[in-house]
Design a protein around this ligand. Structure first.
Ligand SMILES: NC(=O)c1ccc[n+]([C@@H]2O[C@H](COP(=O)([O-])OP(=O)(O)OC[C@H]3O[C@@H](n4cnc5c(N)ncnc54)[C@H](O)[C@@H]3O)[C@@H](O)[C@H]2O)c1
Ligand SMILES: O=C(O)C(=O)C[C@@H](O)[C@H](O)[C@H](O)COP(=O)(O)O
Ligand SMILES: [Zn+2]
Length: 364
């Protein structure tokens, strides 16, 4: 039942453990990494209330002071970064110590970046507690905060030294957060594995209730991410495939003020649907593909259009302008991840602005 995905990055290689009951093994897994029996846990109140005691129990004799932040995307900013770094310094976290990120992707990204800059870099362990964090944000070393200019615009590539993805903790996720994570799960099938997408069409609706299927879904996604990251750790090429749907998604998150109007994974699902629609309109893939993507998202009960986002959105022109801050921009030109079919994504700059505006308008 329990699986290990190795991320072979030389002297920065690490393991991603995926399975059930991994919190009980936390001490045994983390102790070999420590110079002294003490870690510094950064989490947030909802996760702490639900899972901090269980995690600490698994740590055994390892001392684990904890900082509890406010849940939500707005915490992944300058103020949250300052709070984490200052707390770690108050705790006298040393350069040789290990920090633990216990939470979803917001915590993982924020704490990973704090670990990247504290004392010019300390080691950290990712303990992802959302489906999204287990299949995506806890692996690959992208750490960041958001600024008023946009998503993830300040950060670092800083790999964890261990990832503990205990699928049991997903049982306490509410449906909306579980489905937001599923947006990133489905992305993997769309970007590079048609067979996985086929499997998800059958098994996706069962993931919330079947831990064994959850382990397989998470393991497969993590293996795909690890394979891409090892090929292109700092996104000079292939790693951009993992950004499928994100040129749209990040603009939508900025437009909705990083609020709970739109969760990241929800934006990814909408962005993937738009990317496939754009691909079909450009004659890159058949119209059946975007229809199949949308049908699966509908089957999962997920948002798939701009009109599914509550509240007002800016115009298509304003959304296109927000895309201009995307980190994939080269020489001022937007780059999108489009697809020649399900499982056949590729990166391109040859996307007419009018075509982008068209899919945005028709989705609003
Ligand atoms: N670094 C990367 O490669 C990467 C990849 C994907 C996404 N991200 C980032 O991740 C963030 C989104 O992460 P997320 O979707 O995990 O959001 P999140 O961290 O905000 O967690 C979602 C919600 O679930 C709650 N929660 C967390 N664990 C829980 C549990 N076990 N039971 C009950 N509730 C729980 C949280 O309190 C929160 O309200 C975005 O900022 C996105 O940019 C980063
Ligand atoms: O790991 C990657 O690379 C990804 O693109 C994964 C994405 O799901 C994730 O949202 C990432 O944070 C987006 O990367 P960014 O470079 O656009 O911030
Ligand atoms: Zn993402």
């Amino acid at each position: 039942m329990n699986e290990t995905v190795h991320v072979p990055l030389g002297d920065r290689a690490y393991d991603v453990l995926v399975g059930r009951g991994l919190f009980a093994e936390a001490g045994a897994r983390i102790a070999p990494l420590l110079r002294r029996p003490r870690v510094f846990v950064v989490t947030e109140t909802r996760v702490a209330d639900l899972h901090l005691a269980g995690f600490r129990a698994g740590l055994g004799d390892i001392d684990a002071p904890a900082l509890r932040l406010t849940p939500g995307e707005a915490t992944k900013g300058w103020a949250g970064l300052t709070e984490v770094v200052e707390w770690l310094l108050d705790q006298r976290c040393e350069r040789g110590d290990v920090v633990v990120a216990l939470g979803g992707g917001v915590i993982g990204d924020l704490v990973g970046f704090a670990a990247a800059i504290l004392r010019r870099g300390v080691r950290y362990v990712q303990v992802p507690t959302t489906l999204l964090a287990q299949v995506d944000s806890s692996v690959g070393g992208k750490t960041a905060i958001n600024t008023r200019h946009g998503k993830n615009l300040v950060g670092a590539f800083h790999q964890p030294v261990l990832v503990l993805a205990d699928v049991d903790v997903l049982d306490t996720l509410d449906t909306r957060d579980f489905l937001a994570g599923y947006g990133e799960v489905a992305k993997y099938g769309m970007l590079g594995d048609a067979a996985y997408f086929d499997w998800l069409e059958v098994n996706g609706p069962k993931l919330a209730s079947d831990p064994a299927l959850r382990v397989e879904a998470v393991r497969h996604a993590v293996q795909m991410k690890a394979d891409i990251v090892v090929r292109d750790e700092t996104e000079q090429g292939d790693r951009a495939l993992l950004n499928l749907g994100h040129t749209f998604c990040h603009a939508l998150e900025a437009a909705t003020g990083y609020s709970d109007r739109l969760l990241h994974g929800e934006g990814v699902a909408i962005g993937c649907a738009l990317a496939f629609e754009l691909s079909a309109r450009m004659g890159l893939c058949s119209q059946e593909d975007p229809s199949r993507v949308r049908a699966h998202l509908a089957d999962m009960g997920m948002r798939r259009d701009l009109r599914d986002i509550p509240g007002d959105l800016p115009s298509a022109e304003v959304l296109l302008d927000l895309m201009g801050q995307d980190k994939k921009v080269v020489d001022g030109k937007l780059r999108f991840i489009l697809a020649r079919g399900i499982g056949q994504a590729f990166v391109t700059a040859a996307v007419p602005a009018e075509a982008v505006l068209g899919v945005l308008r028709d989705s609003a």
